[in-house]
Design a protein around this ligand. Structure first.
Ligand SMILES: [Zn+2]
Length: 208
């Protein structure tokens, strides 16, 4: 598959050596001590264990295959060949530089070539790639590439708008700014009218 695999290792896959839950808890305990906390006090006793469970949830996308999810397609669509757009899918991800939250929405559009997929599957693809350490540019590209790879549509367009907590809580500390990224493939890249029809749908979306 041409889909980028560069952040596609499992929870236990970093460098190929499995890390146990107990080892991960120890690592969190070390960080708590490092910030000056007493890890034995009541409020913190269970925190390393909670963190391990939270991280399992934040990063559950490593264990799922987006292409597999998309493979169940429908072909009996009576020649439907117009744009299909799923608007404003919410997601929560984490930046790979600071493990800070990236909170945003994604718009996923495609123009089918015989094959369409259930709309919930498009949302699942956003979910799978967002539950990994990410940068927004790669998240955007991965969603578009997965749809392109499996559905082989006439075109795919993805727009992602998100706020990055690594620039809200730390660093430049700017609230209210969001980052917009897009990836256009096929007819969305080649035909300005198609691209602008999609972008009009994105910009008209009041769910933002
Ligand atoms: Zn960051």
């Amino acid at each position: 598959m041409a889909l980028r695999q560069d952040n596609h290792v499992g929870l236990a896959g970093g460098g190929g050596k499995a890390v146990s839950d107990a080892q991960a808890e120890d690592a969190f305990r070390t960080i708590l001590k490092w910030i000056g906390e007493d890890t034995n006090r009541d409020g913190l006793k269970e925190t390393p264990d909670r963190l391990v469970r939270a991280y399992r949830e934040y990063f559950c996308g490593y264990e799922e295959d987006a292409e597999q999810v998309l493979r169940k397609t429908f072909t009996e669509v009576d020649g439907y060949d117009e744009m299909i757009v799923l608007r404003g899918v919410t997601f929560e991800s984490h930046c790979e530089h600071h493990i800070a939250p990236i909170i945003g929405r994604a718009w996923v559009g495609y123009i089918p070539d015989r094959r369409v997929v259930g709309i919930s599957k498009l949302a699942r693809v956003v979910e799978i790639f967002s539950k990994r350490l990410q940068i927004q540019e790669r998240l955007t590209a991965q969603v578009a590439n997965a749809v392109d790879e499996v559905l082989k549509p006439r075109g795919v367009a993805v727009v992602v708008k998100a706020a990055h907590h690594c620039m809200i809580d730390r660093g430049v500390r700017k609230r209210g700014a969001d980052l917009v990224t897009s990836r256009m493939l096929g007819v969305f890249r080649d035909q300005p009218a198609t691209r602008s029809e999609f972008l009009t749908l994105v910009n008209a979306d009041k769910t933002e």
